[in-house]
Design a protein around this ligand. Sequence first.
Ligand code: CU
Length: 139
Amino acid sequence: MQVRESNFTKLCNTTTLLVVNDSYPGPQIRVHRCDTVFVNVHNQGNYGFTIHWHGVKQPRNPWFDGPEFITQCPIQPGTNFTYEIVLSDEIGTLWWHAHSDWTRGSVHGAFIILPVENETYPFPTPDADQTIILGKHIF
Ligand SMILES: [Cu+2]
């Protein structure tokens, strides 16, 4: 993940937002149940922040859960940090988001956990592969 300020224009207004990979919302992460996922976060912005993997339990792996000043210090500008995200029984669509003050407003995206081979979802299979992220307009 490259995290930096990017310009977005809507209704004749241009605003600078801190986003991932120049995208708002940020990129989807698509993995399978029980995977271990490595995400390298490059902070090319002006503020320190962390990333939280919302809904991932990470048993015995709290150091990569993301709440700043609880399990880690913020990733400082100009540095990077690799998260090791250990999935267990999570399945379906969760989300990831920055976990520092206002940064979560623009640094977020879907975390999609697919079933493993020969497994089905424990709920009706979605009709379409489309993710909708609900949130507040920030520009
Ligand atoms: Cu959260």
